[in-house]
Design a protein around this ligand. Structure first.
Ligand code: NAP
Length: 226
């Protein structure tokens, strides 16, 4: 049986690259905010041999988390690899950022991953295997001006990963995070940062974590910052 990977934010950028990097030997559940948004990614993944379920999803919504987890369970009956990749940034100086801006970034980037982890972990633990890979950011190791919500959400996501890893010791389930630097995607536009790597390079690291990383890497934060 092929393992099943669940990748959020797979319509474009890093998430699309991760889906394609896993498609040759995984079946896939792919999300995006728009119905049909991950269609192009799904087409390529099917050509690479994957069975693909496309899902519309707002990462900030608990109801959407319930709905998509149920749909994936009905389609595949299991999730072996959860990649929490969906993310947003609001770039404004803190004094110009509204409470709603801050709450939205934290809801998508931090609460969203928790909602899926909480719902998918029981199955992984029961099967004695699974991997949760959270796409964090090098911004979880430093501060970026004009990105307080984003930095807070990614530092928080790494805290979630680390605490989860401690809970999961001995279960066969790994919690890991990837911390890319500046990647050539839509998100980087307008940031003032020059791209330092491609989405495919980040996806290669995620593929390693999904398929080869040893249990000794439990809780690792893998910086991709060359
Ligand atoms: N680009 C970088 O330099 C960089 C660096 C470090 C970390 N990262 C992280 O890498 C991840 C992917 O970023 P990217 O650069 O590939 O960004 P991107 O090109 O802007 O793509 C973002 C993806 O997330 C999805 N998404 C956005 N809001 C969502 C929501 N509310 N619910 C569900 N999905 C949502 C988007 O779906 P739609 O197409 O439907 O909007 C899209 O698939 C993010 O977590 C980001 O923080 C990026």
């Amino acid at each position: 049986m092929r393992p099943v990977a669940f990748v959020t934010g797979a319509s474009r950028g890093i998430g699309a690259a991760i889906a394609k990097a896993l498609a040759a030997d995984h079946d896939l559940a792919l999300t995006s905010t728009a119905r049909g948004g991950a269609k192009a990614t799904a087409k390529v993944c099917r050509q690479l041999g994957a069975e693909v379920l496309e899902l519309q999803h707002d990462a900030a919504s608990r109801k959407d988390a319930d709905r998509i987890v149920k749909a994936v369970d009905q389609a595949f009956g299991r999730v072996d690899v959860l990649v929490n990749n969906a993310g947003i940034v609001v770039r404004k100086p803190t004094v110009k950022m509204s409470d709603d801006d801050f709450d939205r970034v934290v809801a998508v980037n931090l609460s969203g991953p928790f909602y899926l982890v909480r719902r998918l972990l029981p199955g992984m633990i029961a099967r004695g295997q699974g991997r949760v890979i959270n796409v964090s950011s090098i911004s979880a190791t430093l501060g970026s001006a004009g990105a307080t919500g984003y930095c807070a959400s990614k530092w928080g996501l790494d805290g979630l990963t680390r605490a989860l890893a401690e809970e999961l010791r001995g279960t066969g389930v790994l919690a890991l995070s990837v911390l890319p630097g500046s990647v050539a995607t839509d998100m980087l536009e307008g940031s003032g940062f020059q791209p330092r790597m491609t989405a495919d390079e980040v996806a290669g690291v995620v593929r390693y974590l999904a398929t080869q990383a040893p249990a000794a890497m439990q809780g690792s934060r893998v910086e991709v910052f060359g």
